[in-house]
Design a protein around this ligand. Structure first.
Ligand code: CA
Ligand code: CA
Length: 164
């Protein structure tokens, strides 16, 4: 490739980064936030720590738009056949590991919104970690949450803010 062209591309990227904020390698930029999706299935605690090692946290959801943003990103990354089957959705940062039935976000943000599936959270057999269940006939219902066994292995979403 022509080296002037390469340098110009680099400058353009740097200018865009300075004006709108930057995301680290392997993160996807959505608005002023950076997302990292890993399709490797790990338990919730490993997912949490993997995000922290990247300077991020498991995603937290504070309104319907947050939820839709994460879900749409997930749908864009996966095979549509994965839409069936709760085991294939992703860990989010919500948990009641510390105090049963007291749910909190791993990034320390307040629990100010919820979208539980009907009958959930049910702590069935001791479930403390949350993921969309991906059950239902439409995209909104498929975003609704279930508490799972934290040892269940799932892909996960990390998020951090873009840096300026
Ligand atoms: Ca629980
Ligand atoms: Ca449950």
């Amino acid at each position: 490739m022509n080296s002037n062209f390469t340098i110009n591309l680099f400058l353009l990227a740097a200018i865009a980064c300075l004006s709108q904020g930057c995301c680290p390698d392997r993160f996807m930029k959505v608005g002023n936030r950076c997302y990292y999706y890993n399709s490797d299935k790990v338990d919730w605690h490993d997912a949490r720590h993997a995000c922290e090692r990247l300077g991020a946290h498991l995603v937290s959801i504070h309104n319907a738009e947050d939820s839709r943003e994460v879900y749409d990103l997930w749908k864009s990354l996966i095979d549509e056949s994965f839409l069936v089957g709760g085991q294939r959705t992703y860990w989010i940062g919500l948990h009641d590991v510390q105090n049963e039935n007291f749910f909190e976000w791993s990034d320390g943000t307040p629990m100010d919104y919820s979208m539980w599936c009907s009958g959930e959270p049910n702590n069935s057999g001791g479930e403390d970690c949350v993921s969309p269940l991906s059950r239902g006939s439409n995209d909104f219902d498929r975003q609704k949450w279930n508490d799972f066994d934290c040892g269940t292995r799932k892909p996960y979403f990390c998020r951090r803010s873009a840096t300026s």
